[in-house]
Design a binder for this molecule. Structure first.
Ligand code: NAP
Length: 321
């Protein structure tokens, strides 16, 4: 029997792909760093039965309409805002993502970013390397405390909960906001359910961990930043579209908030002349929330497992429903 044709939109390691070659007829975009050209993706989607996509690939109306053979898109990310899931469902194309395997790794990065922002680690590193460290002084590179402060987690899902655990370890008070309450997080971690505006008013660290949806797009806008404390920091590890970057820039330069730690941006990669990058109060990372070798390998394997199961007629391990 012929194997189902699968196109992988980035060059993944041989050691990961090799075990799947018995079940899948795999072709891959040859580049490791550069996303697949749109016309190549469309061409392969037209002839493939499965796609293994990255968050940089847009699986949209155009792609889905022209891809008559396609029956599954395995997206190598927990977020799936790059996939038109409603249209995929209408076209009977299954969609899977990679939840759970990246939760702890992304929570580690979120807390790292919070700490680096609060304690000005990037500035401090540069200070030495630029040969500016000539003396000790009482307020040299003085940052903000983390222990004993209040964290406000917007999006208390899998990653939000893992961040709350870390915050508890640092003796922080944990507030959270979701559309629905999570009683087990309240009981187990003492997290307090708080209305969005009230969380903004109380938190010293506002951490965004929601998916990007029509509802969360620009949830952090000028009015949200205005409600935050002047000494508070905004940390975003969800998707850049949840924040209005111009409003964030203004909030920081007008001293409405103290600074920000950002792993995600409205346009990725962010341009090097973007005004946010010039602010010392802003720490920026190139979307590396889940970027450890262990976790990325698990995400690749989970995506491939979903593809194999789909073509074997078995339920997906992690379907997007
Ligand atoms: P999850 O378990 O689905 O958690 C998302 C949480 O957001 C849920 O608790 C949900 O609760 C809440 N939420 C959804 N819409 C909301 C709204 N309008 N207002 C307030 N809360 C809302 O997902 P996860 O695994 O924790 O991942 C969260 C997101 O992190 C992903 O979607 C992805 O975009 C991002 N992420 C980024 C990286 C990175 O590298 N930077 C890595 C992994 C994940 P309710 O439904 O009750 O509202």
């Amino acid at each position: 029997m012929s194997k189902p044709k699968v196109y992988i939109t980035r060059n993944l390691p041989d050691e990961i792909i090799e075990p799947y070659k018995g079940d899948l007829d795999i072709e891959m975009w040859p580049e490791k760093e550069v996303p697949v050209d749109r016309h190549i993706l469309l061409e392969h989607a037209r002839t493939s039965e499965g796609l293994l996509t990255m968050l940089t690939d847009s699986v949209d109306k155009e792609l889905l309409q022209q891809s008559e053979n396609l029956s599954i898109v395995a997206n190598m990310a927990v977020g799936y805002d790059n996939v038109d899931v409603v249209r995929a469902r209408k076209k009977n194309v299954a969609v899977s993502n990679t939840p759970d395997v990246l939760t702890e790794t992304t929570a580690d990065l979120t807390f790292c970013l919070l700490m680096a922002t609060a304690r000005r680690l990037v500035e401090a590193n540069q200070y030495i390397k630029d040969n500016q460290w000539k003396n000790w002084s009482p307020l040299m590179l003085a940052g903000s405390d983390i222990h004993g402060k209040t964290i406000g987690i917007v999006g208390m899902g899998r990653i939000g909960e893992a961040v709350a655990k870390r915050a508890k370890g640092f003796g922080m008070k944990v507030l959270y906001h979701n559309r629905s309450r999570k009683k087990e997080v309240e009981e187990n971690l003492g997290a307090i359910y708080t209305a969005f505006d009230s969380l903004l008013e109380q938190a010293d660290y506002v951490v965004c961990l929601t998916p990007l949806t029509d509802e969360t797009r620009h949830m952090f806008d000028a009015s949200a930043f205005k409600k935050m404390k002047t000494e508070a920091f905004f940390i975003n590890v969800s998707r850049g579209g949840t924040m209005d970057e111009q409003a964030l820039y203004r909030a920081i330069t007008d001293n409405e908030i103290a600074g920000a730690g950002l792993d995600v941006f409205e346009e990725e990669p962010i341009l090097s002349n973007h005004p946010l990058l010039a602010l010392p109060e802003v720490i920026c990372l190139p979307h590396i929330g889940s970027a450890t070798k262990e976790t990325r390998y698990k995400m690749m394997t989970l995506s491939l497992d979903n593809l194999v199961r789909h073509f074997q007629g078995k339920p997906l391990l992690t379907p997007v429903t």
